[in-house]
Design a binder for this molecule. Structure first.
Ligand code: ZN
Length: 327
């Protein structure tokens, strides 16, 4: 059993692919009420956005990010992929959410009971499966700062990432990898899925595994989840993970400075892409908390091309802050 200080602390972020960036902002900010905390570009394709949605300050564990490619064809969910992302909401808020989704013309199913939790299932504008989940600890997440100016009242707001679901053609060898390499433990079995937890477990630190023999492989494109990143506390434990993966002969990227965190990437045996990222320095390293997401942030090596990049990026209208209550 791994020492606690080395354990993966939970989900750090989830990155997915979208089509139209404006539809993506309108849905994740305007409907789900997440805050756009970073407006940047795809470092490998700076003529396209990289958009980051999270709580008010971008805590690790609250962050859902997208590469929107206008006109991108749709992906196909399949084996060897992360096929759904679950977001935590307080148990008493599910009624609010089903009403809100209906009011915004977003079809949803549920709430339905699954592994002792209540799940409302919906799709984002690109068809990506998103679940709003209420469980015993979804309303009491500590690494969460409410966005007071957001369109969703803080008492009902999304608390962060809750869990991810992987689809594979077989339970093994993904189970062995999760347990023996990543130090996860099996904490649930039911409703057609195995549940694993990392670190202290609970909301924000869980992965569900569905095995379906003969499932066709997926195709990653718009509406697909590209990768899941796992949290590690600091640069030392992060390097420890890089060495551990290499020591086990698992192909792993070099250690990459992503500016707001440091990353390594590798595939689990079924094919899904994983990342391990440091909790810090975080999204306020280059913008004040109040100003997060308000301007285009470029890595230093692209600053010289800012005018050209801003010219090719489509304009983005972020829904105006809410004016709730008196005044
Ligand atoms: Zn990532």
């Amino acid at each position: 059993m791994r020492q606690d200080r080395e354990a993966l602390l939970g989900i750090h972020h989830v990155t997915a692919i979208a089509g139209d960036p404006q539809a993506n902002v309108d849905f994740y900010v305007g409907v789900l009420g997440l805050r756009l905390v970073k407006r940047s570009v795809n470092q490998d394709d700076p003529g396209t956005y990289h958009l980051f949605y999270a709580d008010a300050v971008g805590h690790p564990g609250t962050d859902l990010t997208f590469f929107p490619w206008p006109g991108a064809r749709r992906g196909r969910a399949g084996a060897g992929q992360t096929i759904a992302v679950a977001l935590a909401v307080p148990p008493e808020s599910l009624g609010y959410w089903t009403r809100r989704l209906t009011d915004h013309g977003v079809a949803c199913e549920g709430p339905a009971r699954r592994l002792g939790e209540e799940v409302v299932a919906l799709s984002d504008p690109d068809g990506m499966p998103v679940e709003l989940v209420a469980g015993p600890d979804t309303g009491t997440r500590t690494l969460w700062t409410p966005w007071e100016d957001g369109p969703v009242p803080p008492e009902h707001a999304v608390r962060g990432l809750h869990a991810v679901t992987l689809l594979e053609t077989a339970v093994e060898p993904t189970r062995t990898f999760l347990v023996e390499v990543l130090g996860a433990r099996e904490v649930g079995d039911g409703d057609g899925r195995l549940r694993f937890a990392t670190g202290a477990g609970g909301s924000g630190a869980m992965l569900d595994l569905i095995a379906r023999a003969g499932a066709a492989p997926g195709r990653i494109a718009a509406g697909s989840i590209h990768h899941v990143a796992w949290r590690t506390a600091d640069a030392g434990t992060h390097r420890g993970w890089w060495e551990r993966l290499r020591g086990r002969g698992i192909p792993v990227s070099s250690i990459i400075d992503r500016f707001w965190f440091t990353s390594i990437y590798f595939h689990e045996p079924g094919g899904a892409l994983f990342e391990i990222a440091t909790d810090g320095p975080g999204f306020t390293v280059d913008e004040r908390a109040e100003a997060l997401g308000s301007r285009l942030i470029l890595p230093p090596w692209l600053e010289g091309r800012r005018a050209e990049i801003e010219r090719v990026l489509p304009p983005l209208r972020v829904p105006a802050p809410a004016r709730r209550g008196p005044g």
